[in-house]
Design a protein around this ligand. Structure first.
Ligand code: TRP
Ligand code: SF4
Length: 333
C-alpha cells in the first residue's frame, strides 16, 4: 500500500515495439524505483496513433510486447498500476475538455512539436490529433492528479504545457481553489544511452540492443559497436570516457570498470576483447529477463488479466476526476 505521504506518480510509454537497453536504463529502472508508491504506468496507445495512424495495424500487438518486456524486467503489477490509455475513455473526454481552454499558440510554439514534424518528415503530421498531443498528455496527468511525472528530458516542453493548462484550468474554474495540482517532472538521471553507432540508442536509428535479443545477437551487435576512434591500432592508447562500449561497462560490469579504463588508457587491452567481456556480462544480465519473457509470452491471458485489473484501478480514479472537471466547467450541477 502506498504510504500517506507518497505523492501520486504517473508516466506513459508509447507502444512503439520491443524495449531496448536505452528504455531499460532510462524509464524502466526509474519506474521500478517508484513501485510501491502510488504509481500509475500507462501504455499510451492513443499517443502512438497520433504518429502511426497510417500504419496502425500493429498497435495492439505492440502493447503486448511492451507488457512482456515490463513484466520480464521486474515491473510488479501488485505494486503499481499498469493500464492501457484507450481502455480508460476518460482520457479522451478530459482531453476534449482541456482542448476548450488551450490556446492554439501554445501548441504551435511547442518545441517538441516542431522537432517531431521535422524528424518524422515522411509522414503527414499536419493533423488535429498530432497538434493536440500535449493536450492529451496533460489529460493523462491531470486525470490522476499526479504530482510527479517521471520522464526524459525530451518531454520537458510537454510537461511545461501541462503545467500551463493546469494553471489556466484552476484560474478559470477553481473559484480560488486548486482543483488540479501542478505536475512536476521527475527527471531520469541516466545520461543518454549510446547505441551501436554512438548516437542515442533509438529504435528508429537501428542501433539498439533489445531485451529480447538472443545471446548470439548481442555478441554480433557488440562487435559492430563503435569505440574510441583514436584506437586505430592495438597499441594506440584509448579514452574510455568517449567510448560507448565503456559506457555500457559502467552499467553491466561495474566491478571491473576501473580495470577496463586503465587497460584502455595504457593500451593493455584490445577493443575486441573489451567488447566480448561486455557481451558476456550483458548476456548474464539479460538471460533471466529472456527466460521470463518467454514465460510471459506463453501467458497472454494472464497479461490480459493484469491489464484488466489495471484498467479498473485507473478508471476508479479517472471517473471521479472527470466528474469534478465537468462540474467545475459548468456541465453538471
Ligand atoms: N509523450 C510521452 C513520450 O513520448 C508519452 C506519454 C504519454 C506520457 N502520456 C504521458 C509521459 C503522460 C508522461 C505522462 O514519451
Ligand atoms: Fe572502448 Fe574498450 Fe576499446 Fe577502450 S578498449 S576504446 S573502452 S572498446
Amino acid at each position: 500500500m502506498p504510504s500517506l505521504m507518497a505523492s501520486r506518480v504517473l508516466s506513459g510509454t508509447r507502444p512503439t515495439g520491443r524495449l531496448h537497453l536505452g528504455n531499460l536504463l532510462g524509464a524502466l529502472e526509474n519506474y521500478k524505483k517508484l513501485q510501491g508508491e502510488d504509481a500509475f504506468f500507462m501504455i499510451a496507445d492513443l499517443h502512438a496513433l497520433t504518429t502511426e495512424y497510417e500504419t496502425h495495424a500493429q498497435i495492439a500487438d505492440q502493447i503486448m510486447e511492451v507488457m512482456v518486456d515490463y513484466l520480464a524486467s521486474g515491473l510488479d503489477p501488485e505494486r503499481c498500476t499498469i493500464f492501457v490509455q484507450s481502455e480508460v475513455p476518460e482520457h479522451a473526454e478530459l482531453a476534449l475538455l482541456l482542448g476548450m481552454l488551450t490556446p492554439l499558440g501554445w501548441l504551435e510554439r511547442n518545441p517538441t512539436y516542431k522537432d517531431q514534424l521535422r524528424e518524422l518528415a515522411g509522414r503527414n503530421l499536419t493533423t488535429y490529433g498530432f497538434l493536440g498531443y500535449p493536450v492529451l498528455q496533460a489529460a493523462d496527468i491531470l486525470l490522476y492528479k499526479a504530482e510527479k511525472v517521471p520522464v526524459g528530458e525530451d518531454q520537458l516542453p510537454h510537461l511545461e504545457l501541462a503545467r500551463e493548462i493546469t494553471r489556466r484550468f484552476n484560474h478559470l474554474y477553481g473559484k480560488g481553489k486548486q482543483i488540479f495540482p501542478e505536475p512536476e517532472a521527475l527527471l531520469t538521471k541516466t545520461p543518454r544511452v549510446p547505441g551501436l553507432d554512438g548516437r542515442k540508442m533509438s529504435k528508429s536509428f537501428e542501433n539498439a540492443i533489445y531485451l529480447s535479443d538472443t545471446a548470439a545477437e548481442v555478441d554480433k551487435k557488440l562487435r559492430t559497436m563503435v569505440t574510441d576512434p583514436a584506437r586505430v591500432r592495438r597499441e594506440d592508447k584509448g579514452h574510455p570516457e568517449v567510448c560507448p562500449v565503456y559506457f555500457h561497462h559502467g552499467f553491466f560490469n561495474v566491478s571491473e570498470l576501473e580495470t577496463v579504463a586503465r587497460e584502455c588508457r595504457e593500451a593493455l587491452r584490445g577493443c575486441v576483447d573489451c567488447k566480448m567481456e561486455l557481451a558476456g556480462k550483458l548476456n548474464e544480465f539479460l538471460e533471466p529477463i529472456r527466460r521470463k519473457r518467454e514465460l510471459w509470452t506463453k501467458k497472454k491471458s494472464e497479461v490480459r488479466q493484469i491489464l484488466d485489473q489495471g484498467r479498473q484501478r485507473a478508471q476508479a480514479v479517472a471517473r471521479k476526476t472527470l466528474a469534478e472537471a465537468m462540474q467545475a466547467m459548468g456541465l453538471r450541477k
